[in-house]
Design a protein around this ligand. Structure first.
Ligand code: ADP
Ligand code: MG
Length: 354
């Protein structure tokens, strides 16, 4: 971190002692909900609960992964935390400050500390801008530092993410998918975030490249004490990077816990089903793979009254369709929202303890 960056932080007053001591967690999300209106060709539109009553905390320098099927509301959570969209209800606190209560300047300063890395490194980079312009765009837009000093920062960051700084005058099309994702990471990193929201950052990449990007993110986390909200639609990719995993089903958080416990002793039938669907790369273990039991609609809808997984759950009981399950503790920092957390699935669908 350069001297200019340090003085910038001091000038913003973001790093004062009081601020550091006042928070136990970096990010605290409480009862976060978001509903969207759907347009109908004829008749009334309806509201869908894309995110409903989601609560979690994230500590400095740690990774919480959000997993769940496509359409379960993961990106919507990420976009609310990044202040790209407003929650319908609930609270997001960052370093102890309620995002919704901050005024313009404070909000902008804080938003700088929460950056996003997107899934698609092709569409998220402006093809008409050079890599240097793209990476420095946040500094330029927010008028951070003198323009002359920005170039040095851009070079430093490009090197840090494993790109050749001599290529700063090239255009995104001249880079591979993995390199483009490095550009996206550099663009976020140059803003000196405390929190990076990575929305499926490797989903569009080849498997071999995925590992390189995940490893880069792990290195950067150590170096800069970054926290990650890491969004992925399968559990295989989160194994290496996560400290905690939150499982999202139709907009609701159904289970959260330390990554090892979620993977080895999952509690919620939905988590077990997701695990059963994870392809095991080791061919010797391929036979242990269970048939995928996830059938039916993963999308949120108006009609969900009880547990979001009830329509597809193999151990469903009448109460599950009527009442949202209470959240119960099933281990240290491990909680689940299931009426029957101890009830076994049919052996065929149980996840073998890894
Ligand atoms: P995920 O990232 O888990 O795939 P999303 O958060 O993108 O899920 O979407 C959750 C639900 O919200 C989906 O049903 C999606 O269609 C809906 N949704 C997301 N954004 C909007 C929007 N801007 N307007 C209307 N519906 C939306
Ligand atoms: Mg998404």
């Amino acid at each position: 971190m350069g001297a200019s960056q340090e003085s910038r932080k001091a000038a913003e007053g973001l790093d004062n002692k009081e601020n550091r001591e006042n928070h136990t967690s970096l990010l605290k999300v409480e009862n976060l909900s978001k509903s969207f209106g759907t347009r109908r060709m004829f008749g009334q539109g309806e509201l869908i609960d894309a995110v409903k009553d989601v609560s979690f905390e994230l500590q400095e320098g740690r990774t919480l992964s959000l997993v769940g099927e496509s359409g379960s509301g993961k990106s919507t959570i990420g976009r609310m935390v990044a202040s790209l969209i407003e929650p319908t209800s609930g609270r997001i606190a960052f370093e102890g400050d309620d995002l919704s209560l901050l005024d313009g300047a404070a909000r902008r300063a804080l938003r700088r500390r929460i950056q996003m890395v997107f899934q698609d490194p092709y569409s998220s980079l402006n093809p008409r801008h050079t890599v240097g312009e793209i990476v420095g765009s946040g500094l330029a837009i927010q008028k951070i530092g003198p323009p002359a000093g920005r170039q040095a920062e851009i070079i430093e960051i490009l090197e840090r993410v494993g790109l050749d700084p001599a290529h700063h005058n090239r255009y995104p099309r001249e880079f591979s998918g993995g390199q483009r994702q490095r550009i996206g990471i550099a663009r976020a990193l140059i803003m000196q975030p405390k929190l990076l929201i990575c929305d499926e950052p490797v989903s569009a990449l080849d498997v071999s490249v995925q590992a390189q990007i995940v490893n880069l993110l792990i290195e950067l986390q150590k170096q800069y004490n970054l926290a990650y909200l890491f969004i992925a639609h399968d559990l295989a990719v989160v194994r290496h990077i996560s400290d905690f995993v939150a499982v999202i089903c139709r907009g609701r958080l159904v289970e959260i816990g330390p990554v090892d416990e979620i993977l080895k002793t999952p509690s919620h039938p939905y988590t077990k089903s997701l695990l059963a669907a994870v392809p095991i790369p080791d061919p010797r273990k391929a036979r242990a793979r269970r048939k995928v039991i996830l059938k039916g609609d993963a999308k949120p809808s108006l009609a969900v009254r009880g547990c979001p997984f009830a329509p597809r759950c193999p151990i469903v009981e009448p109460v599950c369709r009527e009442t949202v399950p209470p959240t119960v503790s099933v281990g240290t920092n491990h909680r689940t929202s299931c009426h029957f957390p101890d009830k076994k699935l049919h052996p065929e669908n149980e996840h073998p303890a890894a």
